[in-house]
Structure formats: structure tokens, C-alpha cells
Design a binder for this molecule. Structure first.
Ligand code: DX5
Ligand code: ZN
Length: 216
């Protein structure tokens, strides 16, 4: 079954613990944590202290998406804070293979992310090393942007390579996912859908998650 990963970027930070428990009750599978440094992306969000603070409030997988320069410098801190998955941008890693090994060395599942304009070929050599491939369907930095549908063939491509290479990483989609755009992603091979605004900006989060599931 398709997994839903609400992004806390769209939640009410004044009551973050309750917000996470609300989506957990509503049927969320992962909690997606968007980390932004004001350099790699033009916005600043949250750091390892927040991951550490939310770790005890949920049993769900903490899926930590690093949108930062020099990710190697912060992987230990995010691992110690309680991340289950750490994803790094191929575009931000000078030595991607080394960074993926560093994540594994801390006992955390590694994932790799590419932006809408980055070709799938850029991550083909690393596919055998990761547990998750995250494909951005918006340019990273902000929630609430529109889905870039030209990324869909890339989902299909990664899914085909996964099959050809006999691998079992998950394919996750991030950006502009709604009940209108979700199905094109899962039809192309996506397993996990990040949804920020489409879940947290709705009054009834359970209903919002169900709406996405029912659209598939
Ligand atoms: C964008 C973030 C996304 C974002 C998704 O930089 O990586 O995870 O929070 O938000 P929506 O679902 O509102 O596009
Ligand atoms: Zn994200």
C-alpha cells in the first residue's frame, strides 16, 4: 500500500507534538522533516534539536530531508537526534557515495534526492546503495508550490531501473502532492507520497490522508 508522509513544514509549529500525533492517528506512515539552511535553499526551517524533541512523541519513521550545503557536517547530529531515514541531495554532495556510507555508518537508512531539473542518470550509480530515492516535484525551499508534472517520466525511469537491477529501494515523491496529482505518481511507480499542505492545511487530517489514498 502507498505510504503517506505528511511534511511538518506545513504544520503549526506552536503545537508540533500534537500536530504529529494528529497525523499519526489519521493514518500517516512516515513523518517527513524538511531541513533547510538558507544556503542550499532560500529558506530556513528546522535543525537536529527539533528532530530530537519530536522523537519521543511518535513511533512513526522520521524521514529527514536535508536541503543543506555540506550535509556531511550534520549527519551525525541528525542521526543522534533519532532520524530513521536521512536523504541528501545529489546536487549538494561532492562525494555522494561517501556521504551515503556516512549515513549508513550511523545506523540510519540512506536516501538520495534529485531536483526537478536533475536527470535520473545522475543517481543511477548510487541506486544499489540506498533505501530510498526521493524525486522532487517542486523546486525545494517552500511548501505549497505546484506539482511539476514533467518529473513523472523520471519516476517511471527510476522504477524501471529498480526492476532491471533487482533492487528494492522505495521511491518517494515530494512537492505539490494532492488528491489530484497523487495517482500519476503511484501509477508511474511511487511508493511514498510526501504531502505538506494537502494534509496539514486541512482541518481534518484523517480525512485529508484518506482523500489522497482514495484518489489512488
Ligand atoms: C519542499 C519540501 C517539501 C514540502 C512539501 O522544499 O521538501 O517536503 O514541504 O510541501 P507541499 O506538499 O505543500 O508541496
Ligand atoms: Zn521534503
Amino acid at each position: 500500500m502507498t505510504k503517506i508522509a505528511p511534511s511538518i513544514l506545513a504544520s503549526n509549529f506552536a503545537k508540533l507534538g500534537e500536530e504529529i500525533q494528529d497525523v499519526e492517528r489519521g493514518g500517516a506512515d512516515y513523518i517527513h522533516v524538511d531541513v533547510m539552511d538558507g544556503h542550499y535553499v532560500p529558506n530556513i526551517s528546522i535543525g537536529p534539536m527539533i528532530v530530537e524533541a519530536i522523537r519521543p512523541v511518535t513511533d512513526l519513521t522520521l524521514d529527514v530531508h536535508l536541503m543543506i550545503d555540506n550535509p556531511d557536517d550534520y549527519i551525525e547530529a541528525f542521526a543522534k537526534a533519532g532520524s530513521d531515514i536521512i536523504t541528501v541531495h545529489q546536487e549538494a554532495c561532492t562525494h555522494l557515495h561517501r556521504t551515503i556510507q556516512l549515513i549508513k555508518s550511523h545506523g540510519v537508512k540512506p536516501g538520495v534526492v534529485i531536483n526537478p531539473a536533475t536527470p535520473a542518470e545522475m543517481i543511477k550509480p548510487i541506486l544499489a546503495e540506498v533505501d530510498l530515492v526521493l524525486l522532487m516535484t517542486v523546486n525545494p525551499g517552500f511548501g505549497g508550490q505546484s506539482f511539476i508534472s514533467s518529473v513523472v517520466p523520471k519516476i517511471r525511469q527510476i522504477s524501471e531501473w529498480r526492476e532491471e537491477m533487482g533492487l528494492d529501494f522505495e521511491i518517494e515523491i515530494d512537492g505539490g502532492v494532492t488528491a489530484e496529482t497523487a495517482k500519476t505518481c503511484t501509477d508511474a511507480g511511487a511508493d511514498v507520497l510526501v504531502a505538506g499542505s494537502a494534509v496539514f492545511k486541512k482541518e481534518d487530517r484523517k480525512q485529508a490522508i484518506e482523500e489522497i489514498r482514495n484518489s489512488l
